[in-house]
Design a protein around this ligand. Sequence first.
Ligand code: ZN
Length: 136
Amino acid sequence: MKTWYSEITFSTKKRREVVDLTDEVLAEVRKSGIKNGLLVVQLPHATSALVLNEGERGVMHDLLQKLEDLIPTREGYEHDRIDDNAHAHLKSAIVGSSRVLPVVGGRVIRGTWQNFLVIEEDGPRTRRLAVFVMGE
Ligand code: ZN
């Protein structure tokens, strides 16, 4: 069995935004040379989240808006006593920061409208997305 590890470094430009890293993730899987196995994508951050969804401007806006409805930026959270990003921690916690997908015949198995979207909730900053592929 082979393994492959790499990190995609990217910069976010706003406090809250959605970044589509689909091309970058698929390029890493191609580089791995692994045709059958598992892809693990992990965002090693506590104030952003990773989803598989449509990379369309409206969906991206709606994701941000619905998360804000559920967890408003200002709500008197405990963590805001020492930091100003409690909302971002909470959003990251409920959405999650990693995904596992099958790789079959050199292709990542995902839906047509399942792009790799990073939801930034505490930008702007430099982020990393870890890509691990195992298989043969
Ligand atoms: Zn914090």
